[in-house]
Design a protein around this ligand. Sequence first.
Ligand SMILES: [Zn+2]
Length: 121
Amino acid sequence: MGVQGFSTGGRIVIRKSLETPAKAAVILHELSHELLHRGEDRKTISKRQRELEAEATAYVVMRRFGIEHVASNYLATYNVDGEQLRESLETISNAAKRLIAVIEGDQQNTEAAETVASPGG
Ligand SMILES: [Zn+2]
């Protein structure tokens, strides 16, 4: 997500000066990358599609908790179209469910997301 934050295989770096909602959005965006785009997927999915999936997942999770998010502006900068969004809908939906489960402490649905939820892991 440009200069606001980035993730590198298990480590997420966020710009300190961001306001709290923006920070939450960047963390969720980068967590989505960690969940969805580790390893081989980084090479097979286009940058645009990866950003779409990460940002849309962050958007869904933010909305779930009633936090305003400006994903539409961000997605526009990558020229994301409806077809690309349709292609990734299931991926976005599954990732959002996993992140929401982690945030809400839902044990049954957190297994897949354990690696991002465990402190220091
Ligand atoms: Zn990104």
